[in-house]
Design a protein around this ligand. Structure first.
Ligand SMILES: [Zn+2]
Length: 223
């Protein structure tokens, strides 16, 4: 059983799309979970349709959405305060030291992050690399386990099958509820207007097919 799980992703909504089922399962086991969210996703292109946000209001909207999603998932939230779309240009060692200082204090037993190079978005790859570097900098005896999440098109050919395959079908409702919190990023599919029960049922069927599993690779610090 885990002691404390720390999730490290760069954007509000990465946690809901990527690991909501796994997070919810840990919470039902009574394991505390903290989300270290890298940015406020303030450079997101979606402003709603019709637009309900602009460059000035988007960060606050996304922050509120994130707070709601964390409430749904019953996890602690800590914002790292980096700027969206610039994480790849930050000094990796500095970000790693920043993350290490937080991990040293929180002493998690498990860290969940993106798999560098196989997580599509440059911010995902950059923060995943910094998170893994942070754990590497810790004393070997104090390092948490790291689960890295990949979702580029080719990741299974390149990396083989993930060793962690969490069946999260018992938490699909929670996952959908968390995703629904991120209204601004879901575009037309989950706009306020379409947030009807029918839409939820469709999404649920779709989710069970496509999102019934959350997969991770346990990071090997010895190779
Ligand atoms: Zn993201």
């Amino acid at each position: 059983m885990e002691k404390h799980v720390v999730v490290i992703y760069p954007h509000p909504d990465d946690e809901s799309f990527g690991a909501a089922g796994t997070i919810a399962q840990f919470r039902t086991q009574g394991v505390s979970v903290t989300y270290l969210c890298g940015t406020l996703g303030e450079m997101g292109r979606n402003m709603g349709n019709p637009p309900f946000a602009n460059r000035e209001t988007l960060p606050e909207i996304r922050k509120q959405e994130l707070i709601e999603a964390c409430k749904v998932l019953d996890m602690e939230l800590s914002m790292l305060g980096y700027r969206d779309k610039t994480l790849e240009y930050e000094d990796r060692q500095e970000v790693a030291m920043h993350l290490k200082s937080i991990l040293d204090e929180m002493e998690p037993s498990l860290v969940i992050t993106h798999y560098p190079g196989y997580a599509v978005h440059p911010d995902h790859n950059a923060l995943g690399a910094a998170a893994i570097e942070a754990v590497k900098l810790m004393e070997p005896g104090k390092r948490p386990t790291v689960w890295a999440q990949a979702f580029s098109n080719n990741f299974k050919e390149a990396l083989g099958q993930p060793d962690i395959n969490n069946d999260i079908s018992d938490q699909i409702d929670k996952k959908i509820e968390a995703i629904f919190c991120h209204d601004s990023q879901a575009g037309g599919v989950i706009s306020q207007r379409n947030k009807t029960e029918n839409n939820k049922i469709d999404l649920k069927a779709e989710a069970q097919k496509q999102m019934g599993q959350e997969q991770f690779y346990t990071w090997d610090f010895n190779s």
